[in-house]
Design a protein around this ligand. Structure first.
Ligand SMILES: *[C@@H]1O[C@H](CO)[C@@H](O)[C@H](O)[C@H]1NC(C)=O
Ligand SMILES: *[C@@H]1O[C@H](CO)[C@@H](O)[C@H](O)[C@H]1NC(C)=O
Ligand SMILES: *[C@@H]1O[C@H](CO)[C@@H](O)[C@H](O)[C@H]1NC(C)=O
Ligand SMILES: *[C@@H]1O[C@H](CO)[C@@H](O)[C@H](O)[C@H]1NC(C)=O
Ligand SMILES: *[C@@H]1O[C@H](CO)[C@@H](O)[C@H](O)[C@H]1NC(C)=O
Ligand SMILES: *[C@@H]1O[C@H](CO)[C@@H](O)[C@H](O)[C@H]1NC(C)=O
Ligand SMILES: *[C@@H]1O[C@H](CO)[C@@H](O)[C@H](O)[C@H]1NC(C)=O
Ligand SMILES: *[C@@H]1O[C@H](CO)[C@@H](O)[C@H](O)[C@H]1NC(C)=O
Ligand SMILES: *[C@@H]1O[C@H](CO)[C@@H](O)[C@H](O)[C@H]1NC(C)=O
Length: 468
């Protein structure tokens, strides 16, 4: 294929075939184009260039507008670096760049148009203060790395890249908006140290690992799955708009964020961990369907309400601290009491049910229930009993919630009493005494929810989502 093309173009130009082949094949070197004559020779000889091409500034200043028309593929890199002249880099024909599209220190460059380009190894751009106009109409199907750093780009909108392994957008202090039509990120997405940035990924379905900071808004309406962690920090925004997120295998972290008062992830079913700290204005967290956390939960702030009604299993430690002394720890106390929370447990807030406290054990050990003889005897019985225990535990949970609501509605006195208890130092609590339905609770802990949870989908609500 390649040979035939050489033959045709060389024949047309009446150039010796061997020479011509040489001109299009420098696999181990970078061919530097530094005047218009070299450029036109290259373009008239080669459709596929085997090697790398660099565009240098020309003494004759005749390489300000570079149109790489005719060239369809460059197997190596296309580089423009330290070029104070180049204003346009374009190609109506280029489909593939096997190596990097590297643009570095091109102060005059304002136009980059490659409407047919669909494949490029890496896109490495830096110090491009004037680049405003870029077009990849066909859309880049896949790129291993996009690194856009230290530019003075003010926006990166409509950049048409369908899939990338790594995306780094960092240190672009004037950049205020980005919008990338990306479907997935195979490895990492890092966006930080830009101008407070509006981040929009309208098509993003899944990403492996995301780290965002200095963000002014987030819109990822279709993001459904994060294979590793999703971290957002050092930002000021009003809405955390990721409504379709259902699974985060790693940690969901939201730290040092201003302004946002409510985080609602209505579809989140499972997370590897939760870390929500030092968010000045955040008072309400609602993870309506979250059932399992396979790692640690670490939440602190000024919360008045954390809704995790579907939560059934936390495999790691659980630390929750809020400055709001009327915050209700009851639901979490209960989860710990049935060992649905496996690790160290600490909830700083109001503990309405004094029976769950044991002053003699340190805070961390406070809610580890001791097994009674009856419960121990129950261990080892078959799955039927376990299933019964799950149902029993669930019913009990519901009953307790009902009871609590009734109590809260009924008596202000009780509420005050709870508050007083919550304010007691954790070391001087009343003796532990498991209340009603002791055995059912303990069975549930031993055989039920907490054991079933980590290994299988635990959603009891009929789901439109499915855990993989
Ligand atoms: C650009 O030029 C500077 C010095 O002016 C040099 O340090 C740098 O390595 C050059 N960059 C490239 C990519 O050639
Ligand atoms: C960024 O987007 C907002 C609207 O989302 C728009 O008002 C603003 O002009 C954009 N800024 C830039 C630099 O494109
Ligand atoms: C995820 O990204 C963060 C920040 O870039 C990095 O520290 C961490 O190692 C990454 N994790 C994985 C599994 O790649
Ligand atoms: C991440 O998860 C998505 C959706 O489940 C899957 O298609 C993709 O292969 C995973 N990617 C990696 C890198 O594990
Ligand atoms: C948002 O947070 C910033 C702190 O970064 C603060 O100055 C500003 O007043 C807040 N805006 C609102 C409306 O709360
Ligand atoms: C909490 O956020 C404030 C303001 O953003 C910052 O000054 C402080 O260092 C943060 N505290 C911690 C423990 O990270
Ligand atoms: C939870 O966060 C606090 C800081 O707020 C930190 O000291 C502690 O180590 C974290 N615990 C876990 C289990 O991550
Ligand atoms: C504390 O939480 C309660 C709801 O539990 C709320 O009504 C109250 O306003 C909160 N107090 C503060 C200071 O945020
Ligand atoms: C917490 O929020 C949930 C859902 O948003 C709501 O149903 C519940 O009444 C709230 N609880 C408190 C104590 O405000």
């Amino acid at each position: 294929m390649r040979l035939r093309w050489w033959a045709i173009s060389c024949a047309t130009l009446l150039i010796d075939v061997a020479l011509c082949q040489d001109a299009c094949s420098k696999p181990d070197a970078t061919t530097t184009i530094s005047n218009a004559g070299q450029l036109s020779t290259l373009l008239s000889s080669c459709k596929i260039f085997d090697g790398s091409i660099a565009i240098a500034a020309s003494d004759a200043r005749d390489l300000r507008l570079v149109d790489l028309d005719n060239l369809e593929e460059i197997t190596g890199d296309l580089v423009v670096a330290n070029n104070t002249q180049l204003e346009r880099l374009a190609s109506q024909t280029l489909v593939k760049i096997g190596g990097d599209l590297r643009l570095n220190e091109c102060p005059q460059m304002d136009e980059l148009k490659m409407p047919k380009l669909t494949r490029v190894g890496r896109m490495l751009w830096s110090s491009l203060p004037n680049l405003q106009d870029y077009e990849f109409d066909a859309g880049i199907d896949s790129v291993s790395r996009v690194d856009i750093s230290n530019t003075q780009l003010q926006a990166l909108t409509g950049l048409n890249i369908k899939a990338a392994d790594e995306i780094f957008i960092t240190n672009n202090p004037y950049m205020l908006n980005i919008s990338i039509l990306l479907n997935n990120v195979g490895k990492s997405l890092v966006i930080k140290d830009n101008g407070p940035l509006n981040v929009e990924f309208p098509n993003l379905l899944w990403a492996n690992n995301m780290t965002l900071s200095e963000i002014a808004s987030i819109s990822m309406p279709r993001l459904n799955y994060v294979n590793d962690s999703f971290r957002t920090s050092h930002s000021a925004f009003f809405a955390f708009d990721v409504p379709s997120l259902s699974v985060i295998k790693g940690t969901l972290a939201l730290n040092d964020v201003w302004n946002v008062t409510t985080v609602n992830l209505p579809g989140l079913l499972s997370a590897g961990g939760l870390e929500i700290r030092n968010n000045t204005d955040l008072t309400v967290v609602s993870f309506g369907q979250l059932a399992t956390v396979t790692g640690n939960v670490n939440i602190s702030g000024h919360f008045s309400n954390i809704s995790t009604y579907a939560l059934q299993s936390v495999t790691g430690d659980f630390h929750l601290a809020t400055s709001n002394s009327s915050f209700d720890c009851e639901d979490f106390d209960y989860l710990k009491s049935i060992e649905s929370i496996k690790g160290v447990y600490q909830c700083e807030g109001r503990h309405p049910d004094p029976s769950l406290f044991d002053p003699t054990t340190p805070t961390d050990e406070r809610l580890k229930p001791a097994l009674s003889t009856g419960a121990k005897a129950g261990i080892g019985v078959g799955a039927a009993v376990a299933a019964a225990a799950i149902i029993g535990g669930g019913l009990l949970y519901l009953l307790r919630r009902k009871k609590r609501v009734a109590e809260m509605d009924g008596t202000g006195d009780k509420a005050l009493e709870y508050q007083a208890l919550g304010e007691l130092d954790s070391k001087k609590q009343e003796p532990l005494e498991l209340g009603h339905g002791k055995e059912a609770q303990e069975l549930a802990a031993e055989h039920g929810v907490s054991e079933a949870s980590p290994t299988q989908p635990v959603r009891s609500v009929a789901g439109t989502h499915e855990l993989p």
